[in-house]
Design a protein around this ligand. Structure first.
Ligand SMILES: C[S@@+](CC[C@H](N)C(=O)[O-])C[C@H]1O[C@@H](n2cnc3c(N)ncnc32)[C@H](O)[C@@H]1O
Length: 259
């Protein structure tokens, strides 16, 4: 019989799978502004040489997979992995190798990846350290991981996630229709911020995907540099570089898996 942590972890995974399947995260109407906001990612993929294998774990609708191709990484060397079947199906139609799998128990062999991307994913699981262990397991010794996670020092998450607990509770336990009422009201606050940050208002699809990702998500763990360093040390890895992304919302790290 599964223990209570295992049970909660399974519930969180199931909720995330349903949510991201319905509200697909990745390609948004503010377009390439995403790239400007994630300089750490470009530093990471500039390290990829042509014959190297790249895996994007929790790739969403594949925004970063397309960037990899545009930056010269051959499509056949790239694999996208996501929990949401809708993302995997769409990526398959676009000619990407795509696998539906859970970052907590990846359906991939050891040492398959040279460069592993995991952008905005492990903080949504119930066990981020286990997820990190899976990233290390699939990455070859001497390979690299790009980890991008919520930054503990940004007050944003205390306001939009922690303080919104009652709304989240109602959504998951009472009725999912609550979003239809709350989302237009929330727009009064977040649309001006989006305009300031991204130079345009968000269309409904983009806005809702963000709203679900940041407010309704069952888990939003927050990370400091020392927490990432501790994860790395426990898994025999070295953090080579940190970078704050998306206006200090995210903490990115380039991590080397030791030989
Ligand atoms: C915030 S989105 C990030 C998507 C993409 N990395 C990006 O930056 O555009 C989080 C993604 O992680 C995926 N995800 C969440 N929990 C997961 C899990 N346990 N295993 C695999 N993927 C997961 C979701 O389906 C979703 O597509």
């Amino acid at each position: 019989m599964p223990g209570s942590k295992t049970k909660i972890t399974e519930q969180v995974t199931a909720k995330a799978g349903t949510m991201y399947n319905d509200y697909r995260f990745g390609d948004f109407n503010y377009g390439s502004a995403r790239e400007r906001l994630d300089p750490g990612f470009f530093e990471f993929i500039s390290m990829v040489k042509n014959d190297k294998k790249v895996f994007d774990i929790g790739c969403g609708s594949g925004y970063w997979l397309n960037v990899c191709v545009r930056e010269g990484i051959p499509k056949e060397n790239i694999t996208g992995v996501d929990l949401a079947p809708s993302n995997v199906e769409e990526l398959g139609k676009k000619g990407f190798k795509a696998v539906c799998s859970n970052v907590l128990k990846l359906d991939l062999n050891d040492d398959v990846s040279d460069f592993t991307i995991c952008n905005g994913v492990i903080h949504h699981t119930n066990d981020p350290f286990k997820a990190f262990g899976e990233l290390v397991r699939i990455t070859k010794p001497g390979g690299y991981i790009y980890l991008n996670v919520y930054n503990i020092w940004n007050p944003y998450f205390y306001l939009v996630h922690r303080a919104m607990f009652p709304l989240r509770f109602l959504y998951w336990n009472v009725s999912k229709k609550i979003i239809d009422f709350v989302y237009p009201l929330a727009g009064i606050f977040f649309q001006p911020l989006a305009y300031l940050a991204m130079g345009r208002f968000l269309d409904e699809r983009t806005g809702k995907a963000f709203f679900m990702d940041q407010v309704i998500t069952p888990r939003a763990h927050l990370f400091s540099k020392s927490m990432i360093e501790s994860y790395a040390k426990r898994k025999n890895c070295i953090v080579e570089k940190f970078a704050y992304n998306r206006y200090f919302l995210m903490l990115g790290a380039i991590i080397k898996v030791e030989s």
